[in-house]
Design a protein around this ligand. Structure first.
Ligand SMILES: Cc1cc2nc3c(=O)[nH]c(=O)nc-3n(C[C@H](O)[C@H](O)[C@H](O)COP(=O)(O)OP(=O)(O)OC[C@H]3O[C@@H](n4cnc5c(N)ncnc54)[C@H](O)[C@@H]3O)c2cc1C
Length: 371
């Protein structure tokens, strides 16, 4: 039984590992000449780490990550909005981790035999019968997995009526600064903007900012330094140490809910199925969960106990409600930061009325995945 995976990002490589381990012949087609990730950090929440454990990669991730750093949320003046008891959180939900995206991708890449990976091959069309037309010819595998991201050609080929990605209302900046002492993994909420920082294992700091703005309207590092100049420490210092070409800036899009993640012998996975806003740090985590569940659903098809079509329907039933719930919660959390929707005073009052941690509470069913 042969599985063809379109896209070699975190989701595609994780799916390839899960399917390869359960006995499928796997090919990953990746349009880029190499399997690479952008220069940014990644939060691995407890549920995502459990999915990596299911792929037998959790310990390698823990070894390369900062785990269970103190987490909290500050107001723009530096006073604490939420300060979490990390020991309690870890006991309740499991370990948190932050690592460099490239380290995670390299680790996934190493777990696959080289002959499964085909970089430099671009998919041009996926036909309803599961035939994949690409720059290297055509392929007719037993199952096709579209793990090709927000602008998925798999989705555009076979879900022609699916709604287009929509603008989430803010620009996102990501950067890695030089080593700097920080108190843990912190988010600072201002009016219409947020700034986050978290240590990486080598002492450097992964930073991100989200600024409410119309699309194509914000102007790079200079803008960012001006905007956060009066913010509490260490934010201005972190921004001073950033090299201009280390800043990744892009308008943030999310995918409206699809009515199914599977059609015939083709399934969507990761951002191709459910690209979500980054507020809960769950997009890659959900792609990892998808990969584990997809391989389990397809196991019965590999052994002949069910058909691929039925197995992919089971995958869709298992994954769509959860991923769409998480996308909704992530959107709601992002809306709290938008002063046009919730003025600052009302937001802080709402947060004060929920003293434990609205963030952790909103994440409770999200983190609770047991596979
Ligand atoms: C600002 C920001 C911060 C985030 N932070 C976090 C976080 O902390 N934690 C977390 O869990 N998630 C986070 N996410 C979400 C996470 O980055 C994504 O959900 C995840 O990377 C999606 O992985 P993927 O493999 O589904 O898609 P992608 O990473 O988009 O990979 C798709 C791959 O398919 C390839 N491809 C596309 N089209 C074709 C084609 N036609 N032919 C062949 N190959 C093709 C692409 O080149 C690419 O390699 C964040 C997202 C953003 C925007």
């Amino acid at each position: 039984m042969q599985a063809l995976i379109i896209g070699g990002g975190i989701g595609g490589l994780a799916a390839a590992i899960a399917l390869h381990r359960s006995g499928w012949r796997v090919q990953v087609l990746e349009q880029a000449a190499e399997f690479t990730e952008i220069g940014a950090g990644l939060s691995i929440q407890p549920n995502a780490l459990r999915a990596l454990d299911a792929l037998e990669l959790g310990d390698q991730v823990r070894a390369q990550a900062v785990t269970d750093a103190p987490v909290g949320t500050r107001r723009a003046d530096g006073t604490w909005l939420i300060r979490n008891d990390v020991a309690r959180l870890t006991r309740r939900y499991g370990t948190w981790a932050t690592l460099h995206r490239a380290d995670l991708l390299a680790l996934l890449h190493r777990a696959l035999p080289p002959q499964t990976l085909r970089p430099g091959v671009q998919v041009r069309q996926v036909r309803p019968d599961g035939t994949v037309v690409h720059s290297g010819g055509t392929s007719t595998p037993d199952v096709v997995v579209g793990a090709d991201g927000l602008h998925s050609i798999t989705r555009r080929s076979l879900w022609p009526d699916a709604p287009a990605p929509r603008y989430a209302g803010y620009t996102t900046f990501r950067m890695i600064t030089a080593a700097y002492p920080v108190e843990g993994s912190v988010e600072s909420w201002g009016q219409g903007d947020r700034f986050g920082y978290a240590p990486l294992a080598d002492g450097r700091i992964y930073c991100y900012a989200m600024v409410t703005a119309p699309p194509n309207s914000t102007g790079g590092l200079a803008d960012l330094r001006r905007r956060f100049a009066g913010r509490h420490n260490p934010i201005p210092a972190l921004l001073e140490s950033v090299e201009p070409d280390a800043v990744l800036q892009h308008d943030t899009y999310e995918l409206p809910d699809l009515s199914t993640y599977a059609t015939g012998r083709v399934a969507l996975l990761g951002d191709a199925a459910h690209a979500m806003t980054p507020n809960l740090g769950q997009g890659a985590g959900q792609a990892l969960e998808d990969a584990v569940v997809l391989a389990r659903s397809l196991e019965a098809a590999r052994t002949g106990d069910t058909t691929v079509v039925q197995a992919l329907r089971a995958y869709d039933r298992a994954r769509r409600p959860r991923t769409q719930m998480i996308a909704r919660r992530s959107r709601q959390l992002g809306a709290m930061a938008d002063p046009a929707r919730l003025p600052l005073a009302a937001r802080d009052a709402a947060l004060r009325m929920a003293p434990a941690s609205v963030f952790v509470r909103s994440m409770h069913p999200v983190l609770g995945w047991t596979g």
